[in-house]
Design a protein around this ligand. Structure first.
Ligand code: SF4
Ligand code: SF4
Length: 179
């Protein structure tokens, strides 16, 4: 398969600097509200802080891919004496939890790195983090060219079909398409 050069946007998470203030969640939710900045609902944020103050756990996690199937097992991680489940680190929008789902429609949420025109200097979560726990970089990578990666519409339709069934989705599309 052919190789291509790609600029990859990357956010490095310094979890030990995070204080769990959730400014990143609010900034993301406001930026992605429709119309922009019209509401702030952290449930719509594409970054979530896994938080357990009694165990001194503050872990920023970014929304990644949608998956229709949940894991069949659960692992535990012990890091610096703190216990995490593997779900704590997981970026998936999956059936076993409410994380990374649009609260009204149930559609999967995914971090889009705040793509905008013109481009932002920094993603909103990075800009608003008061502790420098999120560091943004652009790195050049060699990647395999994919024939046709799933786009946002396909991912959205796939999760709607999973939630409501194919027949219901087809009926709704037909109803909306009527003049
Ligand atoms: S990069 Fe943008 S879309 Fe992604 S979590 Fe941060 S604010 Fe949200
Ligand atoms: S804004 Fe920074 S310090 Fe606050 S919760 Fe988010 S990552 Fe942690």
């Amino acid at each position: 398969m052919a190789q291509a050069k790609k600029i990859r946007k990357r956010i490095t998470i310094h979890a030990n600097k995070c204080i769990g203030c959730r400014a990143c969640e609010l900034a993301c939710a406001a930026f992605h509200a429709k119309p922009r900045y019209s509401s702030i609902n952290p449930a719509r944020s594409r970054i979530q802080i896994i938080k357990d103050p009694l165990k001194d756990i503050y872990l920023p996690v970014y929304a990644g891919e949608y998956t229709a199937t949940e894991c069949t097992s659960r692992n535990k991680y012990i890091l610096d004496g703190k216990e995490y489940s593997n779900c704590d680190f997981c970026r998936a929008s999956c059936p076993s939890r409410d994380l990374f789902k649009e609260p009204d429609s149930g559609l999967a949420l995914k971090c889009d790195m705040c793509e905008d025109t013109p481009p932002l200097k920094l993603p909103k979560c990075v800009e608003w983090c008061p502790k420098g726990a999120l560091i943004y970089e652009e790195v050049e990578e060699h990647v395999q060219e994919q024939a046709s990666p799933l786009g946002a519409i396909e991912i959205g339709v796939e999760s709607m079909i999973e939630k409501y069934g194919l027949q219901k989705v087809l009926e709704t599309v037909a109803k909306l398409a009527r003049p």
